[in-house]
Design a protein. Structure first.
Length: 248
């Protein structure tokens, strides 16, 4: 364990002593040649185990929707061996159905839709927000703080980005991991420092559809994922605006 993690608390729960350093984005999301210098944070055994279980599913499912330059290589080199060990996930993935997807520009594309466990992705992103806050700014969330995960349509992401652009953050950071495999951006408030905003996009913008559908049931793309951390009042406000929603 790195010296900086020794005697540190777990970045995820903020309570238990750390027993290991954890990669905020699991190494298996990346090609073996792209696994250097990934963000890490201190983790306890319990949080590390729960996060690893989520990654076991997501490192299989998400690469199938990759659209970045290394998508095919990432899928072919890493996923087959994981599929062999998880037949339940394999059956769902290979039971794909055709569908028309409406992109942010209004253009329809024929694609395949796979049932996806969005709750697992939301749970992982809660860990990611906490881990990145510690990695970049050594911030632990307080027991009363919340992590709000938002899956919004791309057209609403553009609106949120324009609103965030008008803020004056205390600190900000941009990350590009694995030659574009993961892109993220973080903003930190001044008071309290636990107030942070993160956006994450993986594999060139994995196309997910949220639970808002038009009358004709056309799915709309959701390629950028948002995480807000801070006091419960922030989560309540986002919920009131109808932004905190699950994936369908």
């Amino acid at each position: 364990m790195r010296r900086e993690f020794q005697r540190a608390l777990c970045a995820y729960c903020g309570e238990a002593p750390a027993t290991a350093g954890d990669h905020v984005f699991a190494r298996k999301f990346f090609l073996e040649t792209d696994r250097d210098n990934l963000p890490q944070s201190p983790a306890c055994d319990i949080c590390n185990g729960k996060k690893s279980a989520l990654e076991g599913y997501l490192t299989i499912a998400l690469p199938f929707a990759g659209r970045h330059a290394q998508a095919a290589e990432n899928l072919m080199t890493g996923v087959p061996s994981r599929l062999k060990g998880n037949r339940k996930v394999a059956r769902k993935i290979f039971d794909a159905k055709p569908a028309w997807l409406r992109e942010a520009g209004g253009i329809y594309q024929l694609t395949s839709v796979v049932d996806f466990d969005g709750d697992k992705l939301a749970a992982l992103l809660e860990y990611v927000a906490r881990g990145l806050a510690w990695h970049h700014w050594r911030v632990y969330l307080r027991p009363t703080d919340h992590v709000s995960v938002l899956f919004v349509r791309d057209i609403e992401t553009a609106l949120l980005q324009s609103l965030i652009a008008g803020l004056r953050p205390g600190q900000q950071v941009n990350g590009n991991l694995g030659n574009g495999t993961v892109l993220y951006r973080g903003l930190q408030g001044v008071d309290p420092p636990q107030l942070t905003v993160w956006t994450v996009s993986m594999y060139g913008g994995v196309v997910l559809s949220d639970d808002r559908r038009s009358v004709d049931r056309d799915a709309e793309s959701c390629t950028v994922w948002w995480m807000f951390t801070g006091p419960p009042e922030l989560h309540n406000m986002l919920s009131t605006l109808g932004l905190v929603r699950s994936l369908g």
